[in-house]
Ligand binder design. Structure first.
Ligand SMILES: Cc1cc2nc3c(=O)[nH]c(=O)nc-3n(C[C@H](O)[C@H](O)[C@H](O)COP(=O)(O)O)c2cc1C
Length: 142
C-alpha cells in the first residue's frame, strides 16, 4: 500500500538535565497523536542530533511536520527527504525510539565514527535500509 515518507534532521535543544523526562513526554504524546492520525515512523536520538522519519498520508504527514518544525525543543530543522514510497516500513510503530540508550525500541551502538546497528534483530531489511539512511544523516553532520 502506497505511503508518503518525510525525513528531517534537527538539533536537540532540551537541557540535558530535563531530557529524560521531556523525551518521555514527547514520545507519549507523539504516539498518541500518530496512532490516531495513521502516522508511523522512527525518531533517532544521538548526542545533540535528532533524525525523524514520518510516514503516512501525505497531507497528515506534512501538517504534522509543519507543527514539529516550530517546536522550541529543537532547531536547525533540515528537510532531507519527502516523497511517495511503496510502503510505510514502520507501520507497527506509532513512533519507534532509535538510539543508544536503554529505552530504545531499536538499539544502536555508538562508535567513534558514528552509530552502528546493534545485533540486527527484530527489524526487516526495509527497516534496516531506512535506519541506515538515518544513521548516515547523523554521520553527515557529526
Ligand atoms: C524531535 C521532535 C519530534 C516530534 N515528533 C512528533 C510526532 O511524531 N508526533 C506528534 O504528534 N508530535 C511530535 N512532536 C511534538 C510536536 O512538535 C508538538 O509539540 C505536538 O504535536 C503537540 O502540538 P501542539 O502543542 O500544537 O498541540 C515532536 C517534537 C520534537 C521536538
Amino acid at each position: 500500500m502506497g505511503s508518503f515518507r518525510l525525513m528531517y534532521r534537527s538539533r536537540n535543544r532540551i537541557p540535558v538535565d530535563e531530557r529524560k523526562a521531556e523525551l518521555g513526554d514527547l514520545f507519549t504524546g507523539a504516539r498518541r497523536f500518530n496512532k490516531e492520525a495513521g502516522i508511523s515512523g522512527a525518531l533517532l536520538l544521538h548526542g545533540e542530533t535528532f533524525v525523524q522519519l514520518l510516514e503516512g498520508d501525505e497531507s497528515a504527514v506534512r501538517s504534522l511536520y509543519s507543527r514539529i518544525e516550530t517546536d522550541p525543543r529543537h532547531d536547525e530543522v533540515e528537510l532531507l527527504e519527502a516523497r511517495d514510497v511503496d510502503d510505510a516500513v514502520f507501520r507497527r510503530w506509532a513512533m519507534a525510539r532509535v538510539g543508544d540508550e536503554g529505552e530504545a525500541d531499536i538499539r544502536l551502538i555508538a562508535h567513534a565514527d558514528g552509530v552502528h546497528p546493534a545485533a540486527p534483530k527484530g527489524t526487516t531489511p526495509e527497516q534496516d535500509a531506512v535506519l541506515e539512511e538515518m544513521r548516515a544523516a547523523v554521520r553527515a553532520r557529526a
